[in-house]
Ligand binder design. Structure first.
Ligand SMILES: *[C@@H]1O[C@H](CO)[C@@H](O)[C@H](O)[C@H]1NC(C)=O
Ligand SMILES: *[C@@H]1O[C@H](CO)[C@@H](O)[C@H](O)[C@H]1NC(C)=O
Length: 514
């Protein structure tokens, strides 16, 4: 009440927000950091649970470092480029990725720094923001602190995240985000349905384990605060809002509930870091343009088979364009136009007016960064949503897809050259389309970072935005499927038919007697 009065007079000193991004991956940390940055700039106090803390001291920021726990998973070794290429590792089924992320959640929540935080009765928050990645364990923080829960989603809207605040999407026109194809052919729809069934089954199988973990890690802290331990399923479906790293210009156009907000692009910097002098010279001098090649932060390009690497560099050497390849390795005797760098200020390279093409792994952040500057892409997907992200940019006309995981890597450099020539020499439609999509992406009321802050404050100020809660969450499955109505209609029809048949029989008997 007091807080509301303060608000009324506009002297509120900022909220206390808990931001939870437990996944030990660079791209997830970029998204988490952007939440922190925007909330701090808006004058709020942030506590950030992360395995990859932000360097330097920021005012009003407290970091809870869980690196020690999640490093046990050796994620960087798991996501091995060569294993993915030769299918000795398949991350596309729901089972492996769900189990892996359950481990991330359990290691994080059981860790000492997190337990200390939630068991301290003096800790209070106005809202918690949790990154959703294949489980809802982080929802428990909202039960401990008795405050609203906001989900952050790193992908375009998909059935798992939407079911938490509304309902599942019809798989007939919405692919599971781990599909390898985005098409809706009969075979792909059948596969899509199959993978949805596996998803539901596996999720159902995990439920008891998740329930136990919820009781174990959050139970004592909740009881300490004198509250009843809620049912985990009630907490799971109690999110106030989903803030999605998505934008309709690069995603699918589907109906969304009122409390799903597209804020894709919120991690983009207004001003990019300046390039090093050496890099700037390379890019300034590239009169045929620069092709930038990076497989993201998780995969190491150096793990490409040697022959493929050699032939790819040879092929780059035949191009008129300058090529900048982000690779964690030194390779001698490079062609004049090929430059290797171990770390790249990606947004700064894409921002350079001479950048003409981005060869990517199809991660959503890379695609958003390219579209920010209207750069067309060639995408080589390796895992997770990268396959359908790649197919989307093909469908939308600003990119091409090249599979390195389909078992035919021998002619990959040749195929890649074909795509580069097609996109840069023979057909200008790709770069035109990229500029068009970029214009759509930029045509908005507010920058996404401002929207992020607005919705977080909105949830807090409206006591959890209960008025945006979907009606679909309050109705039983049998009612959703109209099973009760169908049953009654069926009974009536059967009864009427039965009576009719009986009447006809009676009538026939009478006719015979007469
Ligand atoms: C759901 O959220 C609302 C508002 O944030 C809160 O009052 C309620 O206690 C929560 N319920 C559960 C079961 O977490
Ligand atoms: C490369 O540039 C030269 C000189 O501008 C031009 O004649 C040639 O056609 C270009 N080659 C390709 C493959 O574009």
């Amino acid at each position: 009440m007091f807080k509301c009065l303060l608000l009324l007079f506009g002297v509120c000193s900022g909220y206390k927000v808990l931001v939870v991004f437990p996944v030990p991956g660079k791209s997830h940390a970029i998204l988490g950091e952007a939440y922190v940055r925007h909330l701090l700039e808006a004058g709020h106090e942030v506590t950030y649970i992360t395995p990859l803390p932000i360097k330097g001291n920021l005012q009003n920021l407290r970091q809870v470092d869980v690196f020690k726990s999640t490093k046990l998973l050796h994620m960087a070794d798991v996501f091995d480029l060569q294993k993915l290429m030769y299918h000795t590792l398949d991350l596309q089924g729901p089972e492996m990725i769900f189990d892996m992320m359950y481990e991330v959640a359990s290691l994080t929540l059981r860790s000492e720094p997190v337990q200390n935080l939630i068991n301290d009765p003096n800790e209070e928050f106005d809202a918690v923001i949790v990154e959703w990645l294949y489980n809802e364990m982080g929802a428990g923080f909202s039960s401990v602190f008795g405050c609203p829960l906001i989900w952050s989603s790193s992908m375009v809207p998909h059935t798992s995240i939407l079911s938490l605040i509304d309902e599942h999407i019809n798989p007939a026109y919405n692919r599971f985000h781990l599909s390898r194809q985005h098409s809706l052919s009969l075979a792909d729809r059948a596969y899509n349905l199959w993978i949805h069934l596996r998803l539901h089954y596996h999720k159902w199988k995990l439920e008891a384990k998740e329930d136990d973990l919820f009781k174990e890690v959050f139970g004592p802290a909740i009881k300490k605060r004198g509250r009843e331990l809620p049912d985990f399923n009630d907490v799971r479906y109690n999110g106030s809002m989903v803030l999605g790293n998505s934008d309709v210009s690069i995603g699918d156009n589907i109906a969304l509930p009122q409390n799903y907000k597209n804020i894709g692009g919120y991690h983009l910097k207004n001003e990019v870091k300046p390039l090093t002098q050496e890099m700037r010279k390379i890019m300034d001098d590239a009169k045929h343009g620069v092709i930038y090649f990076s497989l993201g932060s998780m995969l190491q390009s150096s793990r490409m088979p040697e022959r493929l690497k050699r032939e790819t560099i040879q092929m780059f050497g035949q191009l008129n364009q300058t090529v900048i390849w982000k690779i964690d390795e030194n390779i001698p005797n490079l062609p004049k136009n090929v430059h290797l760098i171990s770390w790249a200020p990606q947004q700064s390279i894409l921002a350079h007016p001479n950048c003409v093409l981005f060869i990517t792994h199809g991660g959503l952040l890379s695609i958003i960064e390219a579209i920010n500057y209207g750069i067309p892409l060639i995408s080589m997907p390796f895992f997770a949503d990268q396959y359908i992200n790649s197919d989307r940019l093909v469908e939308k006309g600003f990119g091409k897809r090249l599979d390195l995981t389909d078992g035919r890597t021998d002619d990959s450099p040749k195929r890649l050259k074909g795509l580069i020539d097609e996109m840069l020499i023979h057909n200008t439609s790709y770069s035109t389309k990229a500029m068009e999509v970029s214009a759509i992406f930029h045509t908005r009321l507010t920058p996404p970072g401002k929207e992020l802050v607005f919705w977080v404050e909105y949830v807090i100020q409206t006591g959890g935005a209960r008025h945006l809660r979907s009606t679909a969450l309050s109705i039983e499955a049998y009612k959703k499927l109209h099973l009760d109505i169908i049953l009654i209609v069926a009974l009536v029809v059967i009864s009427v038919l039965y009576v009719l048949v009986e009447l006809i029989r009676e009538f026939q008997i009478k006719v015979k007697i007469e």
